[in-house]
Design a protein around this ligand. Structure first.
Ligand SMILES: NC(=O)c1ccc[n+]([C@@H]2O[C@H](COP(=O)([O-])OP(=O)(O)OC[C@H]3O[C@@H](n4cnc5c(N)ncnc54)[C@H](OP(=O)(O)O)[C@@H]3O)[C@@H](O)[C@H]2O)c1
Length: 255
């Protein structure tokens, strides 16, 4: 792994896994040049603001509504004005919403909301921020693919997997959410083919079933354990992870 400073952008950092990722990146993943912590409402994200005050040299809090393409464009321009020639090394598309309805109760509105936030949002982010990733890939001088060079890690879920469709279906039918994450998997897979020659790594990561607002209090693991595992996996990612879905322990998930 490179010891050169690298830059990271994370979406959905007001709470849950996104907030903990900002904390652990700032505290354990040095040298970092910039950590862009994106959220819907910076003024009301107190814990995130407190973290950025603790690490003012690296954490930059930005507003980004991932369901709004104009907001994504504005954030990409802001990030561009703050980045040097070395570009942006890593994007983690973490922001998402969950809708818990089963198939027979899933509405058009539920489906569209989930797709807007969980699928179209990450797609637009990958497209808008591509010049910053390309700059990082060119500037790095490292062979092969890695998250310290140029990468997008999209946070998906084991329940997006067709092969695992029975998994927790009775407790977690979540049809709009499952479908939007399955579509995110396909978008990531297609992007991995188009971005292969530029050596921009595109990968998918399942955080485990985690006790957050989304995961609920019955989850298998806590936020700290999930993020520690995900950061370890992110640091170990190579060409082998391009287009693949793995969990926070590094185990591959068929989808
Ligand atoms: N927890 C689990 O067990 C589990 C399992 C598998 C996968 N995941 C995935 O892990 C990721 C994080 O989940 P979590 O458990 O931390 O969820 P969470 O506690 O519900 O937090 C979701 C985050 O996404 C943000 N967000 C939602 N819509 C947004 C938008 N339009 N623009 C910007 N930010 C938005 C929320 O911001 P606000 O605070 O402003 O609402 C919040 O910061 C998600 O991708 C989720 O699908 C979680």
């Amino acid at each position: 792994m490179s010891s050169k400073p690298f830059s990271v952008l994370i979406t959905g950092t007001s709470r849950g896994l996104g907030l903990e990722m900002v904390k652990q990146f700032a505290e354990t993943q040095r040298p970092l040049s910039m950590l862009f912590a994106c959220c819907l409402d910076p003024a009301n994200s107190e814990e995130l603001q407190a973290l950025s005050k603790k690490h003012p040299d690296i954490i930059k809090v930005l507003r980004m509504d991932v369901a709004d393409p104009d907001s994504i464009k504005q954030a990409a321009a802001q990030v561009g004005s703050l980045l040097g020639q070395s570009g942006l090394n890593l994007i983690i598309n973490n922001a998402a919403i969950a809708v818990y309805s089963p198939f027979l109760k899933s509405s058009v509105e539920d489906m569209l909301n989930c797709y807007k936030t969980n699928t179209v949002g990450p797609m637009c982010i990958m497209q808008e921020f591509l010049p910053h990733l390309q700059a990082a890939a060119k500037h790095s001088g490292m062979p092969g693919m890695s998250c310290h060079k140029a990468a997008v890690v999209n946070i998906s879920t084991i329940i997006s997997s067709n092969e695992n469709v029975n998994f927790l279906y009775d407790n977690l039918p979540m049809v709009p959410y499952r479908a939007s994450k399955a579509a995110l998997n396909m978008i990531t897979s297609c992007a991995s083919l188009e971005l292969q020659k530029e050596e921009i790594l595109c990968s998918l990561l399942h955080p485990g079933w985690v006790r957050t607002d989304m995961g609920g209090s019955d989850g298998d693991i806590g936020i700290q354990e999930s993020v520690q595992g995900m950061l370890q996996v992110i640091n170990s990612m190579t060409d082998k992870h391009h287009g693949a879905l793995v969990d926070y322990k590094g185990q591959s998930i068929p989808w």
